[in-house]
Ligand binder design. Sequence first.
Ligand code: CTP
Ligand code: ZN
Length: 154
Amino acid sequence: MNDVKHLVISKIKDGTVIDHITPGLAILVLKILGIKPKSSEAVSMAMNVESAKMGKKDIVKVEGKYIGDQELNKIALIAPEATINLIQNYEIIRKFNVKPPEVVENIIKCPNPNCISNSNEPIKSRFRIFLDESRVKAVCDYCGRKLINLEDYI
Ligand code: CTP
Ligand code: ZN
């Protein structure tokens, strides 16, 4: 809600705004973006704020950073409704929705200790992604293990 009374977080000059994040998951988005204690980027975030579209949402704004494909794929797995806004000189130069990929490699570690992807073989982890009741789920391509709360495995 951005009107005279409510401005959730200030606009940024250059960088990325990740809007409509599943409420409560902004902290995980910061982790995906590699923002850690002692990071130097100017970052603002809001958790569980009002959203006309979603009821509640989280927002993350990172000044001076344009996010890459691997990071976008990870965000799509945990927050499939997220919108990405790329900002240059205060203007939105691109706006798009994240899209969960069909297959992800080397993003999710299989929790099955007997899975061949956890052996000493040089194998990349590989999961097939699907939507089930608008939740993103994943199945290990090697052992068939099904994961439902992807935020626990990112
Ligand atoms: N934003 C920002 N800095 C800018 C421009 C925009 O932080 N210089 C943020 C806005 O605060 C908002 C998001 O980027 O969180 C998208 O901006 P805008 O498209 O203007 O807002 P809406 O129309 O509400 O977006 P949507 O249609 O995606 O809900
Ligand atoms: Zn497996």
